[in-house]
Ligand binder design. Sequence first.
Ligand SMILES: [Zn+2]
Length: 123
Amino acid sequence: MFRLRIEDHFDASHSIPGHAGKCRNLHGHTYKVEVFVTGQTTDSNGILENSDFIELKSGLRSCLSEFDHNHLNNILGNNATAENVSKILFHKLEDKGIKNLERVRVWESQNQYAEYWKDNEGK
Ligand SMILES: [Zn+2]
């Protein structure tokens, strides 16, 4: 198996009104996003079949442009968590035609991230 990984960043604000702690207050993060794709075969150029770093990076950049310097609650409602950012990014990347998508990891800080991937039932 092969695995490719790219990363990019965006800045955004959010608040989690239902959170018991200080995350209920308006605050911001510089989010780091990692995207992983996997596959079993390479093409005649040695590039993972149906995947390419250039396409991956431009696809992710395009998806993140909606989030960058925005208020995430305006996009995701009041559950603008890293979990939901990772899920919506996964589906946006799929909608852009990114193949072999394995998982999307969203870091809110250097110490914590949330990931989304599809389980065996495709959820
Ligand atoms: Zn936060």
